[in-house]
Design a protein around this ligand. Sequence first.
Ligand SMILES: NC(=O)c1ccc[n+]([C@@H]2O[C@H](COP(=O)([O-])OP(=O)(O)OC[C@H]3O[C@@H](n4cnc5c(N)ncnc54)[C@H](OP(=O)(O)O)[C@@H]3O)[C@@H](O)[C@H]2O)c1
Length: 330
Amino acid sequence: MQFKQVRRIEEKISVLGLGCWAFSGEGHWDNSTDDNSVAIIHAALDIGVNLLDVAPIYGRGRAETVVGRAIAGRRRDSFLIASKCGLLWDPDNPKHEWRCLKKDSILKEIDDSLRRLGTDYIDIYQLHWPDSSTPMAETLEAIAIIKKAGKIRHFGLTNYNTEQVKAIDPIVRVDSQQGLYNMLERNPRNYHADPLLYRTERETLPQCLELGQAFFPYSPLFQGLLSGTFAPSGNFSDNDVRRSNVKLNGERFKLYYDAALRLKEIAGRYGHPLNELAVNWLVSNPAVTSVIGSALTSEQLLANAKALEWSITPEMRKEIDAVIAPFEDL
Ligand SMILES: NC(=O)c1ccc[n+]([C@@H]2O[C@H](COP(=O)([O-])OP(=O)(O)OC[C@H]3O[C@@H](n4cnc5c(N)ncnc54)[C@H](OP(=O)(O)O)[C@@H]3O)[C@@H](O)[C@H]2O)c1
């Protein structure tokens, strides 16, 4: 495993992290079973992955519970848990979710997360999405309280823009950021149906470098498209959350699919599969700290880790740049 260090976090962080959304369980994610999810987390920890990115909303508490099961008995200081707050759901209608960063809600959410994870602290606690109905001062008051109580070690933001980070940082130090970023989504304007108010490559990454914050790119394989295994259509079952991604369905999909095929051809010519190229492209960026891809099997995880056995050459990069340039602002 390779590691990177940023100024605001003491531990070196593995360049490959593990996104835990896919551990949401049956009913939330096809082919996700808890035993298999625990095995994938163990496989990740065993190859030196030391960052697990999870959230209460993933499987409505289920993914955090699975992470808790997987880490039981492991040395707590040998990995970092990054979890989140601010997305709530209706237990009677779990498809109904909404944003909430009110003080009382965060004070409850942190205790629920700690209980599910079976730990007494979260290493990196992130606001999942901005909540325009709650004053930021109220949210930060709650974060300051739980940080002082030792329930969280570091504070991070996901899906926030640089102006918001600048305003928040002097009140509670922002140690990490997370945003949508992969070869074909460099400054994306939307994630599924949600508009994004930040430009990842142009604004967020330089800010992270300047402030010494970690950056965790989410959907690093473009939700599977950059694994190189997608067909031209019919990739998702009715239940698959990716059905609501407008870039992976309908008319727009062809544009992205064709680009992925061209990248796959470049990777293949140099003797590598596309998933390794996509991971390497991210790892080679000094602003990217840890690539938090999801994996549905241990084989997928290990296949992505193989990327760390080689690096992109300047010659390859020129060819890649020609394919991805038109996607810079899509
Ligand atoms: N902060 C946020 O708002 C936010 C939003 C989204 C995600 N995230 C975080 O980012 C993590 C990753 O994002 P993501 O799940 O959206 O996308 P991703 O990591 O780009 O894609 C993951 C999917 O790609 C496929 N895959 C992975 N490795 C593969 C391999 N070697 N060969 C073939 N297929 C492979 C698997 O799907 P199939 O096998 O089913 O095709 C897997 O579920 C999440 O777990 C979560 O922690 C955060």
